[in-house]
Design a protein around this ligand. Sequence first.
Ligand code: PLP
Length: 488
Amino acid sequence: MAEEWTSPGVDLHLELDPSGGRRDALERALRDAVRSGRLGPGAVVPSTRALAAQLGVSRGTVTAAYDQLIAEGYLTARQGAATRVAEIRSGLPSAEPGKPAPEGPPPGKPSPAPRPVWAGSWATAGTVAHDLRPGRPDLGTFPASAWLRSTRRVLTTAGPEAHALSDPRGRPELRDALAGYLRRVRGVDADPGRIVITSGYAQGLGLLARLLGDAGTSAVAMEEPGHPYHRMIVARAGLRVAPLPVDGLGARTDLPVDAGAVVLTPAHQYPSGATLAPDRRRAAAAWARDTGGLVVEDDYDGEFRYDRQPVGSLQGTAPGHVVYAGTASKTLAPALRLAWLVLPAALVEPVAEAKRLADAHTPSLGQLVLADLITGHAYDRHVRAARLRYRRRRDELVGALRRRAPHVRVLGVAAGLHALVLLPDGGPGEAEVMARAAARGLALQPLGEFWQRPDGRPQGLVVGYSTPLRSGYAAALDALCSVLRYKA
Ligand SMILES: Cc1ncc(COP(=O)(O)O)c(C=O)c1O
């Protein structure tokens, strides 16, 4: 017989399917309740203790089910607050004033339930006057002239074949160019035949996650804190996301026994900014060799190292066991949707086939233009100039905080395009700083959004110093310092 419970807070009736495991049944029941709208956005779910008692299951079972739904984006958890149903962006068009509402589905054909989409702080209400959220480069310095020159060259020399469907791994011109560039700049063991071009790292991670699931992997270890969108992608492939704690030396590498893969950001942990310590790099590679597990190395901003030479790729030390993932989202622009995987030989065919089934291949024109930029060294020149600009911005951020908010700690500034700003105990916490920021039109991202299990975590902000245009940077820093003031 199905088990039932009623949540006192939200007046919700759930039925747990008795076939299969209890955790799976609870996850399914909660997912259905969110999708159907019976458990609405923002609704509080029962505490793990209360729910475990009501259902007669262990608290661990309920915690594991909640963790999974947090990773999938259905629920959100904040330290010291109840777990809630996430605010959901359905992606459906909303009616504009004065216009009729969009038509519903034809009778008898229910529309698919809206699925939650991770919006992070991008879904800010109100006007944004200053934007210090992480995740994008200074789009005002996109190398438009060089891009235009390369586009013209490609269109005048490539011939009609450039517009035909081609290899799902991507254009050979780009794979050749990238193999040389990645060997030279990032120490990657790269061969054009083992590269697959994807529409962003997000797609590459999704393809890998589905293949891992098909091959019997049940859990993937992911950094905690880490990118919530990437956790959702892995969870949506049906895999359990096992949180891998991070400290000042990067991710800990004592991996959970059931993990078949681990996703790491070794050069610049996202979002703490730590560099993976050499003994942990060795441990991750040894784990993969010994267990047959897979390491996915997300090298999202590896080109931007300021204090010394960039740390070479982990993949270069164990190319048969590590997938190297790079992207043009930080060096050029995220809207290009151009990224690359350098794969162990055994994974090339399965990934290429998965890519072909997903979307045939990433659009050729962008690939050919990027290949031309790389081979003509305009890409190197752009990255070098960007590195100088971002380093200057980093120095300005650190200087301004030292002078005007000396109570905060700034971490992770040796590389990348963001800094971790830790808020001290006793001063304004994340919620208060976010409220002050909203009042000034300053968009920030709280550290809490990066945690799968937020209990006991520090309070802080992840500050993207590459996001504002140059002309607005000083004003954005001024707004930041003023919302961080100790006394209200
Ligand atoms: C940690 C991390 N990895 C990878 C990426 C790149 O993702 P994509 O190539 O899908 O834009 C980002 C965002 O730019 C990121 O923050």
